[in-house]
Design a protein around this ligand. Structure first.
Ligand code: ZN
Length: 319
């Protein structure tokens, strides 16, 4: 798959394909089935948290048919960011994946100020530019809806692998859009836990992640594992709050991400895991919490920032 051969996440033994995209370990015998065509290379007891949260949303929409109808009927341009995000979820549940991608992008544009979006794009462009001469393969961690992968597919020649803990998010948002790239082997999709990556030591020349480190609770274990498999450079795009912003750092700790939004602390964590870190930081700008839904009352796109603050994006170039 895209020039990178996975190994068993349990014993690092050799994997043999079982058909329909699954694998079985030739050493310990563990089976790794595929979900909707995507190999799931984690121990079987690992849950699909995305699928679980999406099922909870599905139930919520089922129990609130008036709200679902109102979201469905409302023209996207009349909805705020949180309601657009709820509408995207509804479309996804209905299997309308391409529309869901579009509405999700509109939600993003409405949730965040221009400086945020420009700065975010500048970091993605920096990573893209850095990878133009890369041979690859490039492994993207916590790819989610595929924001970075989408840009790399159109501008970088190296083979790519999009990965996530959830095979469902990869299937819903990526497999549905990139059939041609999957067919040609230019793009691979793989579900695994970033704390237990199914590759041999030093096997992956380039790793990228777009806000992924700040979506993995207890990021230190993932940083150590990334260090183990990375034979070259890690480009980790992150968002940071000012060091003295106690309210937002405490809010991050509450959701399992202590220190993840502090450049000093995250950098320290990475250095303890053996990385040498060079931050390429963008400018500071002001940011408000994302809005609450008006139709989908109480829904919010992001838990952070918990209150108005300054923030900036940086790509940590790590070797
Ligand atoms: Zn094994």
């Amino acid at each position: 798959m895209s020039g990178l051969h996975p190994v068993c996440p349990v014993c690092r033994g050799e994997l043999a394909p079982t058909g329909e995209g699954g694998f079985s370990c030739t050493a310990c015998g563990a089976d790794f089935p595929s979900a909707r065509g995507i190999p799931c290379l984690f121990p079987p007891e690992t849950g699909d948290f995305w699928a679980e949260s999406q099922r909870a949303l599905e139930e919520f929409f089922g129990e609130n048919p008036a709200l679902s109808k109102a979201l469905e009927a409302a023209p996207p341009e009349t909805l705020n960011g949180a309601d657009l995000s709820a509408k995207a979820s509804l479309l996804r549940i209905q299997g309308r994946f391409r529309e869901a991608v579009e509405v999700h992008e509109a939600s993003w544009a409405r949730c965040y100020p221009q400086e945020y979006r420009d700065s975010f794009q500048a970091q993605m462009d920096f990573i893209t530019e850095s990878l133009k001469s890369a041979v690859g393969p490039v492994l993207d961690i916590a790819s989610g809806r595929g924001t970075l992968i989408s840009q790399l597919l159109s501008q970088v020649e190296a083979p790519l692998i999009a990965s996530d803990l959830s095979p469902t998010v990869l299937a819903d948002y990526q497999a549905s859009r990139w059939g041609e790239h999957l067919q040609s082997g230019r793009l691979g999709l793989m579900a695994f836990d970033a704390k237990n990556i199914p590759f041999e030591d030093g096997a992956v020349p380039v790793i990228t992640t777009c806000l992924g480190l700040q979506n993995i609770p207890g990021p230190e274990a993932a940083l150590r594992e990334l260090r183990r498999v990375c034979g070259g450079t890690l480009y980790a795009m992150c968002m940071f709050f000012p060091e003295e912003d106690g309210v937002n750092h405490r809010a991050a700790a509450k959701v399992g991400l202590p220190g993840a939004f502090s450049l000093e602390q995250l950098r320290g964590m990475m250095e303890r895991c053996g990385w040498q870190v060079r931050p390429e930081a963008g400018p500071w700008f002001q940011i408000q919490p994302t809005p609450e839904g008006e139709i989908a009352a109480g829904m919010r796109v992001d838990a952070l920032p918990a209150r108005e603050t300054r923030c900036r994006f940086a790509t940590l170039v790590c070797q």
